[in-house]
Design a protein around this ligand. Structure first.
Ligand SMILES: [Zn+2]
Length: 86
């Protein structure tokens, strides 16, 4: 187990993977992914998440570029916390 400081928010987290050093924590990585999506893709994914977690994960897999598990779980969590309003 190694201790890593996120390059985005500065939060410390532990990882077993040394190659994760200098990377962002899962939450910051999800924000970067979300910011890189087109407005259409964001709307489609948010609409799907409103119908349920599974629908949200499927919508992310169908996005361009696709967001795959396990990273999709981080994005799902990020958007679920964000709530329905922008
Ligand atoms: Zn972070």
């Amino acid at each position: 187990m190694i201790d890593i400081r996120c390059s985005g928010c500065g939060q410390r987290y532990a990882s077993y993977l040394p190659e994760h050093a200098d990377k962002r924590c899962s939450r910051c990585a999800a924000e970067v992914t979300w910011d890189s999506l087109s407005p259409e893709a964001r709307r489609a994914i948010d609409d799907a998440i409103a119908r349920g977690a599974m629908a949200g994960l499927i919508a992310m897999r169908e996005a361009d570029p696709p967001i795959l598990l396990p990273h999709a779980m981080d994005v799902l969590q990020l958007r679920s916390k964000a709530g329905p309003s922008e």
